[in-house]
Design a protein around this ligand. Structure first.
Ligand code: AMP
Length: 313
C-alpha cells in the first residue's frame, strides 16, 4: 500500500535549550515521509526553491521515498523560524516565509494516481483541498494542521476537515479549533466539524485517539469498548534536543503502519498509535531530520517493545 503526502518541504531555523540551527532541512511532508518510509511506500507532493539541493532531496530518496512530485521552482523554499526556549512542548513561531508555496499549484504525477492512502500534512488548507480533489478514489484520508492556519484560514480549513477520516492535531490546536478547554468535549466538537476520528498529541506525554460513530467509515468488527478513547504513552526520554517534526513523525508512524496493514481494525489503530509514539520519540533526539536519517527498523521494534512494557498492567 502506498501513501501520497502533500505538505511543506522546508528549511527550518530553530532554537532549543540544546542549541541553534540555521536553515536545516525540515517541513511537515519531509518529517512525515521519513517516518512513514519505515512502514510503507511514500510519494511526496510539494514545491521547493533553488536553495533546495540534490543533497537535500537525497535524504528522502535514500529512504526510498518517491520525490517525482516535488516541483523545483524559482525563488526560495518555505522557511520556518521557531523557538522552544519557553516551552519544549510548544513551538513559538517567530517567522513563516511561504516563499515558493505562495504560488504553488499542486500537480499530481500520473505515477501517483494509484496511491491508496492520502495524507494532507501541514500546509495551506487550500492546497490540501486541491490535492484531495484530485485523488477522489483513495481508501482513506488523514490530515494535520496548525495554529497558523486555524487562526487566519478557518473557512478554508473547515472545508478540508469535512473530508477527513482522521485528523491529527495537538492539545493546543484542539482547544483553539473547538473553543473548548475540556479535552473530551473539545474532541467531540472537533469531530463534529467533520473528521470521523481524531488523534490529539500531547507532546512528550503521548497521544489520545477519539472515535466517532462514523469512525474510519469501516472500523471493522468494532465492539463498544473499542470505540472509547485510546491513549498511547510517550516514552520518557532523558534528552530532548529538538521537538521539531515530532508531530509529523508521529503521524508518519501512525499512518505508515495503518497503510502497511491495509485494514483499520481497532487492533491496527491501537498499534498505529504506539508506532506513532515511537517515531515521535526518535525524532526529538537530534536536530531536524538527523535522527530519522540513521534510524533502523530494529531500533523501532525494540522501542515499540519498551513502550508496551511501560504501559502494560
Ligand atoms: P511539527 O511536527 O508539528 O513539529 O512540525 C514541524 C514542521 O512544520 C517544521 O519542519 C516546519 O517546517 C513546518 N511548518 C511550520 N509552520 C508551518 C506552516 N505554517 N505550514 C506548513 N508547515 C509548517
Amino acid at each position: 500500500m502506498s501513501i501520497l503526502v502533500v505538505g511543506s518541504v522546508a528549511f527550518d531555523s530553530l532554537e532549543t535549550p540544546s542549541g541553534k540551527r540555521e536553515k536545516i532541512l525540515g517541513g511537515a511532508a519531509t518529517h512525515f515521509s521519513l517516518a512513514a518510509s519505515f512502514f510503507t511506500d511514500v510519494r511526496v507532493i510539494g514545491v521547493v526553491g533553488e536553495d533546495f539541493l540534490p543533497e537535500h532531496e537525497a535524504v528522502m530518496t535514500r529512504r526510498g521515498i518517491d520525490t517525482a512530485g516535488i516541483e523545483h521552482a524559482k525563488g526560495l523554499s518555505f522557511h520556518w523560524t521557531g523557538s522552544y526556549l519557553k516551552d519544549l512542548n510548544a513551538a513559538d513561531t517567530l517567522a513563516t516565509d511561504l516563499n515558493v508555496f505562495a504560488t504553488f499549484e499542486p500537480k499530481i504525477p500520473a505515477s501517483y494516481l494509484d496511491s491508496d492512502y492520502l495524507f494532507l500534512a501541514n500546509i495551506d488548507p487550500v492546497l490540501q483541498a486541491r490535492v484531495r480533489k484530485q485523488m477522489p478514489k483513495v481508501k482513506m484520508v488523514a490530515g494535520d494542521t496548525m495554529n497558523y492556519w486555524i487562526a487566519a484560514h478557518r473557512e478554508n480549513l473547515l472545508k478540508v476537515l469535512a473530508e477527513l477520516d482522521v485528523l491529527l492535531i495537538n492539545d493546543g490546536e484542539a482547544r483553539m479549533l473547538s473553543g473548548e478547554s475540556n479535552a473530551l468535549r473539545a474532541a467531540q466538537m472537533v469531530m463534529a466539524l467533520g473528521p470521523k476520528s481524531l488523534v490529539v498529541k500531547h507532546g512528550e506525554y503521548g497521544a489520545t485517539a477519539y472515535f466517532s460513530t462514523r469512525s474510519f467509515g469501516k472500523l471493522e468488527q468494532t465492539h463498544e469498548l473499542e470505540q472509547r478513547p485510546f491513549r498511547a504513552p510517550g516514552l520518557p526520554l532523558s534528552d530532548v534536543v529538538d521537538p521539531t517534526g515530532a508531530g509529523d513523525s508521529f503521524a508518519g508512524g501512525f499512518y505508515g503502519y495503518i497503510a502497511s496493514q491495509g485494514v483499520t481494525t481497532p487492533e491496527v489503530v491501537r498499534k498505529a498509535m504506539f508506532y506513532g509514539s515511537v517515531m515521535g520519540s526518535f525524532a526529538v533526539e537530534r536536530f531536524g531530520t538527523e535522527r530519522l536519517q540513521t534510524l533502523t527498523r530494529a531500533e523501532i521494534d525494540e522501542r515499540f517493545g519498551q513502550l508496551r512494557e511501560i504501559s502494560h498492567l
